[in-house]
Design a protein around this ligand. Structure first.
Ligand SMILES: [Fe+2]
Length: 396
């Protein structure tokens, strides 16, 4: 690990802290593993009297390339941005197109859970077809599907959640360039990952507040219940079995049900684990508030080498971005904007659309800006309620 102590003035966005940062009286400001994603975070350290910080250069998302390498990347990014611009122009139509697949998938998962609960056979062919449809949508309309994932529907959590996890895991695996067969198995496995919850009593699934010890123990049986259903249904794929049984195992061996060590954890389960965590954290449920997607990205980073495999974390962030599609951000000129797309080479400089918001209501949208070509930068994440997000993402 390459660690360097640097002055605060030299901190760049994307740098990762190698140590906890505390104020003068020892109160924690930022934890080890924290990523700087806005200038306000650096200014806060100035205000607290911090003069320098230790940076983990290996984990940082900063450019260490030579000038000629950088020029190539800028060239590539500009082409990519041009392509993304044309995709954004058609985004509303594309969202309409993928909405049907999304709704249909929700019903399929609802049926699967219902059938599993009552010991009826699961319709595996329809899951197969749906997974292929989702995968094809990701390949042509990834931005549209990612925008839909941001639309959290509280009442249908269990169904939307499995679907979102399947979309995220499939997109992630696609970026990792797995073969078509594996992509489908990962998508199917993610679709089925929580099928064991069908055997957990509804009173525990729907409990509005935190589970007590014995309820938690029952809830933590769901990967094993899932395994029983898998065998009962004569399912065959090892990838799917790995996902169902190991998606709650942790990199540091603290997970459940088997406290597996890192070299025993199936990599497909590790992929689904991150997608599962991301979607669960960004969703509001009765017992917790939703967390903003870009904050979840930070939390995932901070759990790198604890809950998650660091190599997988880095790739995942390149799939969802530091400011995921649909994030609301505040620019340095105080304009509010929504993230529409990003280039993998410039996660900190996405394409945004400015918004005019009055009293929490979207009045109109403004212009598209590629931050990579602009003096403007993201100052902070703009926190709003889900209602506003809905108005912005789906303009009906
Ligand atoms: Fe689960």
């Amino acid at each position: 690990m390459n660690i360097k102590k640097i002055l605060l003035k030299d901190v760049k966005l994307g740098m990762c802290l190698a140590d906890n940062v505390t104020d003068l009286v020892g109160r924690l400001i930022y934890k080890k593993g924290f990523y700087f994603t806005s200038r306000e975070q650096v200014i806060r350290l100035y205000d607290e009297g911090v003069k320098s910080v230790s940076i983990n250069l290996t984990a940082s998302l900063i450019d260490t390339r030579t000038d000629s390498q950088k020029a190539k990347v800028v060239d590539y990014s500009k082409k990519e941005i041009e392509m993304l611009h044309s995709k954004i122009e058609n985004l509303d139509t594309e969202i309409e197109a993928v909405k049907d697949i999304y709704k249909e998938s929700q019903h399929i998962i609802e049926d699967l859970m219902h059938n599993a609960r009552f010991g009826k056979a699961l319709n595996q062919e329809i899951v197969q077809k749906q997974t292929v449809d989702i995968l094809n949508s990701i390949k042509s309309n990834e931005l549209a599907l990612f925008s839909l994932i941001n639309l959290k529907n509280f009442d249908e959590y269990t169904f939307t959640h499995s679907l979102n996890v399947s979309i995220l895991a499939s997109a992630f695996a696609w970026h990792l360039k797995f073969s078509e067969d594996k992509l489908i198995s990962i998508g199917r496995g993610a679709f089925f990952h929580d099928i064991g919850k069908a055997k957990v009593p509804m009173s525990i699934i729907n409990k509005p507040n935190t589970l007590n010890e014995s309820e938690r123990r029952i809830m933590q049986m769901h990967p094993s219940y899932g395994e029983q259903i898998f065998h009962h249904e004569n399912m065959k794929s090892d990838i799917e079995l790995g996902i169902i049984t190991q998606h709650h195992e942790n990199y540091d061996g603290s997970g459940y049900p088997n406290k597996l060590a890192v070299n025993q954890i199936n990599k497909y389960a590790a992929i689904v684990a991150i997608a599962d965590f991301y979607d669960a954290m960004t969703t509001e449920r009765t017992y917790k508030q939703e967390v903003h997607p870009s904050e979840v990205v930070q939390i995932i980073y901070s759990l790198s080498a604890k809950k998650f495999d660091p190599r997988i974390v880095n790739h995942f962030i390149k799939t969802v971005g530091i400011y995921p599609v649909g994030s609301l951000v505040e620019l340095n000129n105080n304009q509010i904007a929504i993230v529409k797309a990003f280039s993998k080479e410039n996660l900190l400089k996405p394409i945004v659309e400015t918004l005019i918001i009055k009293n929490g209501v979207l009045v109109s949208t403004g212009q598209l800006i590629s931050l990579i070509d602009s003096e403007l930068f993201i100052k902070s994440v703009y926190k709003s309620d889900t209602k506003l997000n809905e108005q912005i993402i789906i303009k009906e």
